[in-house]
Design a protein around this ligand. Structure first.
Ligand SMILES: *[C@@H]1O[C@H](CO)[C@@H](O)[C@H](O)[C@H]1NC(C)=O
Ligand SMILES: *[C@@H]1O[C@H](CO)[C@@H](O)[C@H](O)[C@H]1NC(C)=O
Ligand SMILES: *[C@@H]1O[C@H](CO)[C@@H](O)[C@H](O)[C@H]1NC(C)=O
Length: 458
């Protein structure tokens, strides 16, 4: 790797890290302010019962008596939010108020059961805020409830998904009339080399997921499985067939004119033809938010680590040895420990060499990971990066976007297939929905096949 590439790599890590550290401004403790509870804004998908997400969320933007948005924290418990059943009974739900320290608040809640009619109460000093109480009438489904909306176009509308994504259009523009049998033959021979690549071949037929894997390390199929399962619980996907690359790096390097293969990947580059999907970690964090995974796009906003002035001026990195650049970074760190603190947590791909790379260290919590900072001399740029990153996150990386993107890319791809995928034989595995017997689901949507269904199921 050239010096330039290394610097570029380092910078990209730094910028990536800083993205997660975007609200040290005005991060002081609670201060008193006259809040106009009626003029305060409350908005977001979590107030619409039709938008089923693992964790539903909305925002509070307090407004003061001069009609100005408040931009400093009112304290981490300034608002009191409850979610109950409309009949007054307790609901199995976990509600959280997150304080990004900029005046605004994020409210999120995970339902553990489906309910007909719930009430969301938002109070400030025992006064109702904005239009609180919010009543969500009709069935409000929880994540594990297998209750897909029949028509995907209707679902896109309800979710407020954008018509398209530039990235999807670009990625798919080179494919047409895709013959999956041919793709399969070539993909399996080119990309299932022992230990090198691993692929998961999916067929979705009548909203059921069938899978076949190729390669040695196929554990990451759990991530592609879980997003497909979660999506098919929410919406009937068109019949479709595709390959997912389970590795960390894009695969298809063929030129556009040489019939590249359509392979879905969690990463892409200007030099490769892979069709990108949101990364497996942001997707998993979306599905398992307020459950198995604690680091997610919201929790990082409510856990900012030390205040800006208490952060250390060092680049910090931990991770496994999935690429030579990482080893180079660790070597560099051993040469210049005053600038870079980089160490490996696992060695899996390369031979261990403590002389060169030091001893392996413990994995650290992601919240700790984000307690880094860039040189003080760049404070203004950092603030700009931070504020851009924040808008980018709010516009692109929220749970709703993760679902829209996946559904759009599979839906569009299904239209490029030469023929409808056939029901696979017993050499394929059926990926089944997890059982959730202890929770009421009570799906009131008809889940009959699309062909004969015309009723409106929403
Ligand atoms: C105040 O916040 C709301 C909600 O985020 C936003 O729509 C509005 O544009 C903000 N007003 C100003 C003056 O910034
Ligand atoms: C910085 O750290 C010191 C020592 O732990 C602590 O006393 C101080 O309050 C911290 N400053 C901020 C702004 O958090
Ligand atoms: C399944 O179908 C494939 C071809 O589509 C064939 O090669 C394979 O032998 C079949 N396996 C079984 C168990 O029927």
């Amino acid at each position: 790797m050239t010096k330039f590439e290394l610097i570029h790599y380092l910078l990209s890590i730094l910028i990536w890290l800083i993205h997660f550290d975007y609200h040290f401004v005005n991060a002081s403790s609670a201060f008193e302010q006259n809040v106009d509870t009626k003029k305060t804004f409350i908005y977001g998908p979590g107030l619409d019962k039709k938008i089923t997400l693992p964790v539903r969320y909305f925002y509070i933007q307090p407004v003061d008596i001069n009609n100005l948005n408040i931009t400093r924290s009112l304290g981490d418990k300034a608002f009191d939010v409850t979610v109950t059943q409309a009949n007054g009974n307790r609901a199995r739900v976990w509600v959280q108020l997150l304080d990004p320290q900029d005046g605004s608040y994020i409210v999120r809640y995970r339902l553990y059961e489906s309910y007909s009619d719930i009430i969301i109460n938002v109070q400030y000093k025992e006064q109702n805020v904005a239009k609180s109480p919010y009543k969500l009438s009709g069935m409000v489904y929880h994540e594990k409830c297998n209750c897909p909306v029949n028509r995907i176009d209707k679902w896109f509308e309800v979710m407020g998904c954008p018509e398209t994504y530039h990235q999807i259009d670009e990625d798919l523009s080179i494919f047409d009339n895709v013959d999956l049998e041919k793709v399969a033959a070539e993909a399996v021979s080119r990309f299932s080399n022992r230990g090198m690549h691993s692929l998961s071949h999916y067929r979705i037929i009548n909203n059921k997921i069938y899978r076949k894997t190729y390669g040695e390390h196929v554990g990451f199929k759990m991530f592609s499985d879980s997003v497909l399962l979660s999506l098919t619980r929410k919406v009937m996907l068109p019949d479709v067939e595709f390959f997912v690359n389970l590795g960390d790096w894009p695969l298809e390097k063929k030129d556009k004119k040489d019939n590249p293969l359509p392979i879905f990947s969690w990463c892409g580059s200007d030099l490769t033809r892979d069709i990108v999907m949101p990364t497996y970690d942001i997707t998993e964090a979306t599905i398992e938010m307020m459950s198995r995974v604690s680091l997610d796009v919201f929790s990082v906003q409510g856990n900012t680590g030390p205040q800006w002035e208490n952060k250390t001026s060092k680049a910090f990195w931990r991770g496994r040895d999935s690429r030579q650049e990482r080893l180079d970074l660790v070597e560099l760190s051993r040469e210049r420990p005053e600038l870079i603190d980089a160490a490996l947590t696992h060695m899996f791909f390369f031979p261990k060499d403590p002389e060169k790379y030091g001893e392996l260290v413990k994995t650290i919590s992601f919240f700790e990971f984000f307690k880094i900072k860039w040189a003080e001399s760049h404070e203004e740029e950092v603030l700009k990066i931070v504020s851009n990153a924040r808008s980018f996150v709010r516009e692109n990386l929220l749970p709703k976007d993760i679902y829209c993107y996946h559904a759009k890319v599979f839906n569009k791809f299904s239209k490029l297939l030469k023929y409808k995928p056939k029901l696979p034989n017993s050499s394929w595995e059926l990926v089944e929905q997890p059982t959730d017997n202890d929770a009421k689901c009570d799906c009131k949507r008809s889940t009959k096949s699309k062909t004969k269904e015309k009723k409106d199921e929403l």
